[in-house]
Design a binder for this molecule. Structure first.
Ligand code: ZN
Length: 392
């Protein structure tokens, strides 16, 4: 994820007022509301799917409909679905009144706890059963859950597909170039294999906010999400044709490819590498870091495995993560970084992984890094606070 403070990008919340206007539904460029026929329901000698259909109700959900007919009363229709590579498989039962000819519907929620990013491919099939035990199944099909507020244009090269709307093709072309450059730049550090990915480019914060998962209101007010990667489904949603955002998000995907979906590398490492990949990281990251150095308010490394909850700490978190990762790369080389990711892939925990590759744990890294910045070790810093807490 790439976060910037709202002021830097120069957007105001007044733009949110235009959101309602964008919710007009438009035809999809791909995966349009489909209707297929599965035989002739006039002669239901055997249990048969007559028609199936999908209605996209972005961003709330999708309505899956199936019409089934047969010589016996139909008791059950299930919709089985999974995302890319069979992940997140699930199934649900369609609603209908049992009869010999039924139309059932299943509502797949895509918002809140059930959030699905628009652009994701859903593989699905139906299984129907009647009361005497006959069973029929449809062939698996793939539907793209699209943000249907816009008509998307596409551009493709190698594993990368870029989708945008109401913008020039040349901008998409140069974004494609940024992703290729990033793969090359990060090859020595992370690894060069990029899995297939689709990037959807939005033109404004109100536009992309509708497509992103719900976040806390405080975070929304003060920060802007410039991009978000959904590595397990090979999808990136991002704001504007910004080469640095693309480099940042593509790096998250490269890191995910390097360690595997099941492994979560610490956020400071993941975000630090992503900012490192940017050609010109946001100046606000450096400003926040310098301010924290001056005021002695740097974040403790042991608290940086996950991004901070407080919006005011987020920009510092990015700046500090970048500085730590740059310190590791510049002092110990690219090969060690690649080795570190390999050790994470093998299942090591943070301190153990650092010890194996660099010979120091998080405290050691933090103190080396602080020394480079001309600061005292954190352990010394903590001593007075500790004695105050114990009342001595
Ligand atoms: Zn990020």
């Amino acid at each position: 994820m790439r976060k910037l403070s709202l002021a830097i990008v120069g957007l105001t919340l007044l733009l949110l007022g235009t959101m309602a206007l964008l919710l007009v539904s438009r035809p999809w460029e791909q995966g349009a509301s489909s209707k297929e026929t599965h035989g002739d329901f006039q002669i239901p000698k055997e249990l048969t799917f007559v028609t199936t259909g999908i209605e996209n109700q972005f961003p709330e959900g999708m309505v899956f409909t199936a019409e089934v007919a047969g010589p016996e009363e139909i008791e059950e229709i299930a919709m089985h679905y999974s995302l890319k590579d069979g992940s997140r498989s699930a199934y649900g039962y369609l609603d209908f009144e049992p009869s010999k000819k039924v139309v059932g519907t299943y509502y797949l929620k895509t918002k809140g706890n059930y959030y699905l990013p628009p652009g994701v491919d859903i593989t699905y099939y139906y299984v129907a059963k009647d009361k005497v035990g006959n069973e029929v199944q449809t062939e698996p099909r793939v539907i793209t859950y699209l943000d249907n507020r816009f008509v998307w244009q596409g551009l493709e090269e190698g594993p990368v597909k870029i989708f945008w709307h109401d913008g020039p093709r040349s901008s998409a072309q140069s974004l494609l170039q940024s992703t290729m450059d990033t793969v090359k730049k990060m090859d020595d550090l992370v690894g060069g294999q990029l899995s297939p990915v689709k990037l959807y480019i939005y033109n404004s914060k109100p536009e992309i906010d509708v497509a992103l998962p719900l976040q806390s209101q405080t975070s929304r007010r003060e920060l802007i999400t410039a991009g978000q990667t959904f590595a397990d489904v090979g999808l990136i949603l991002m704001l504007e044709f910004d080469g640095d955002t693309a480099s940042h998000e593509i790096t998250h995907l490269l890191v995910d490819n390097a360690v595997g979906h099941a492994v979560k590398v610490p956020d400071w490492l993941n975000e630090g590498l992503a900012v490192y990949a940017e050609k010109s990281p946001a100046r606000e990251y450096t400003l926040a870091l310098n301010e924290a150095i001056k005021n002695n308010t740097l974040l403790p490394l042991k608290g940086m495995s996950s991004r901070p909850g407080k919006p005011e700490d987020v920009i510092l978190f990015y700046g500090q993560s970048h500085s730590l990762v740059r310190f590791l790369i510049e002092n110990y080389g690219s090969a060690k970084m690649k080795e570190l990711l390999g050790v994470f892939r093998g299942g090591s925990q943070e301190d153990e992984a650092l010890l194996r590759v660099y010979g120091f744990d998080r405290s050691g890294l933090e103190n080396e890094w602080r020394a480079r910045l001309g600061l005292e070790p954190r352990s010394k810093l903590m001593a007075p606070a500790l004695s105050a807490a114990t009342g001595t």
